[in-house]
Ligand binder design. Structure first.
Ligand code: 7PM
Length: 273
């Protein structure tokens, strides 16, 4: 798949490193430029460790989170994306649901739109159709604000599958290039542990729908529930989950722990031959 100027062979698994540029991550109350430098040092580490993508997000999608203002989000992500493109040979993905942020991010070099709302915001499909980069469509039931309030499905796997196929159809009908669509079941977004487990167990089916699949489980609460460990101690289980996802056919794994996950993906590739 072509991500702007870079092409990646998604027949084997790749790692996407997470870069949060929300005030609770790189701003310690200090100078703005110092925060950008800290973010770039973090990117430098992830690129050296073998990340193929850096996912830059300026809007917290944490359950219960408030939405951030568009100008605020642009101010957080654009300078960082510009500098990553300037300094590193890596694909930048922009984690946003706002059409203007997608558009401006692609203008400064982002090679992938990662939208947890699957282009459901008004104007988002039109922007995705107008730019020349792939888009990741993620399933979420509800919104970040309410998604963890009693999520319920008759058949979570069937519903996620139907949602992704339907969103793809809408996007393609609006002019989004079908070969540039990536699917994501959205682990933790409006799902109980049982829902997440069912999706992971049936991931091979979701990987057979005709679009490459991205999986993000790193540090998520399902891993905490299973192990009884806090966020800081979920590296081992996160690596196991990423390995399982890749063995099930996922093409991209999104993680906060690039070093360990890249090793795990090398192992999966070696087994595939
Ligand atoms: C709190 C809760 C903070 C959850 C951050 C998160 C995904 C994503 C996120 C994912 C894709 C996190 C999430 N998760 N994009 N953005 N897939 N495509 O754990 O699973 O980073 S935010």
């Amino acid at each position: 798949m072509k991500f702007g100027s870079k092409e990646i062979d998604l027949s084997f698994p790749h790692v996407m490193g997470v870069l949060n540029v929300t005030p609770d991550s790189f701003s310690d109350g200090g100078k703005y430029s110092a925060n950008i430098d800290a973010a770039l040092r973090c990117v430098d580490g992830m690129v050296r460790q073998g990340a193929a993508f850096i996912d830059v997000g300026g809007e917290s999608t944490r359950p219960g989170a408030d939405r951030v203002d568009e100008a605020e989000e642009l101010g957080r992500v654009l300078p960082v994306i510009e500098k990553i493109i300037e300094r590193f040979d890596v694909i930048v993905s922009v984690d946003t649901s706002k059409p203007l942020v997608m558009l401006e991010a692609v203008k400064v070099g982002a090679g992938l739109i990662n939208d947890v709302c699957a282009l459901r915001e008004p104007g988002a499909v039109e922007v995705a159709a107008s730019v020349n980069v792939p888009v990741c469509l993620m399933h979420m039931s509800g919104s970040p604000r309410n998604m963890q309030c009693a999520p319920a499905y008759d058949d979570v796997v069937a519903e996620v599958r139907a949602f992704l196929l339907q969103r793809k159809e809408v996007c393609v009908a609006a002019g989004v290039y079908a070969g540039g669509i990536i699917f994501d079941p959205g682990f933790g977004f409006g799902k109980t542990l049982e829902h997440n487990v069912a999706l992971m167990r049936q991931l091979p089916e979701l990987c057979e729908l005709g679009s490459p699949v991205l999986v993000g489980v790193s540090r998520k609460s399902m891993l905490g529930t299973i192990t009884g460990k806090p966020v800081a101690d979920r590296l081992a289980v996160g690596t196991a989950a990423a390995t399982y996802a890749a063995m099930s056919g996922a093409a991209i794994v999104r993680t906060h722990d690039v070093d360990a996950t890249v090793d795990a993906m090398k192992f999966v590739r070696a087994l595939r031959g």
